[in-house]
Design a protein around this ligand. Structure first.
Ligand code: NI
Length: 226
């Protein structure tokens, strides 16, 4: 499933976060890349554990924790503390698959990456290129969203970031361990949840909604790892 979650942050909140991120020291992005992806990666990042990274990260996670679409789609168990990248001057990230297991620096915590997320902090008109291109069985999907919007996609998919040839592309990226490891099962639960919500809106108190909600929870009970 490839899903856009719009307006996670308002333009005012984006501007405030950008002010904070611009104050941080940015370093070569290869520090968080695995062996294979280090060869493909060319960008700048804020070091893990940097106070600004942690401050903004807490805002991102608390905001997403109250975002019904994010919760419904991701069914999160754990979220890796958000990281930040910046591409400019022709920088790009070649085709790769994200590492399966991420260690949270300085802790014994590990997160299995079921879903990858990119939260855009630059407006599309601020830069040329920089599209996140995700490959799946339906082909290539090019993603370039307004600032404050987030894209969620399976961490198992090949993806790359096209060269930024003008301006700068600033975003946050992180991984989610979902209660539902398999993308197909998670997508099915998401569709069922949306259908139940639509039914509740169009035919409030319809008794079928109770049955369908039962099916949703019984599937979740069978498949979930918490
Ligand atoms: Ni990646």
């Amino acid at each position: 499933m490839l899903l856009t979650i719009p307006e996670v942050f308002t333009p005012e909140q984006v501007a405030e976060i950008r002010r904070l991120l611009d104050q941080a020291e940015w370093v070569d992005g290869r520090v968080t890349a695995g062996h294979q992806s280090a060869q493909a990666k060319d960008n700048m990042q804020i070091p893990e554990g940097h106070p600004i990274a942690e401050k903004v990260g807490e805002r991102i996670l608390s905001t997403l924790g109250q975002n019904p679409l994010f919760i419904t789609a991701a069914l999160p168990v754990k979220v890796f503390p958000p990281l930040y990248n910046r591409y400019a001057g022709g920088q790009s990230f070649g085709t790769h698959v994200d590492n399966a297991i991420r260690h949270v620096k300085g802790t014994s915590h590990r997160v299995r990456s079921d879903l990858s997320a990119t939260l855009f902090f630059s407006q599309p008109e601020e830069y040329d290129g920089g599209e996140l291109v995700i490959e799946d069985t339906y082909g290539l999907h090019s993603v370039k969203l307004p600032a404050g919007h987030l894209v969620l996609y399976p961490s198992s998919s090949l993806h790359h970031v096209r060269p930024v040839t003008r301006g700068a592309r600033v975003s946050s990226f992180f991984w989610i361990q979902s209660m539902i490891r398999q993308d197909a099962q998670r997508s099915l639960l998401f569709d069922l949840d949306l259908a139940i919500q639509n039914l509740n809106q169009e035919r409030p108190d319809h008794k079928v909604a109770v049955q369908l909600t039962g099916v949703y929870h019984n599937l979740l009970r069978q498949w979930a790892e918490v």
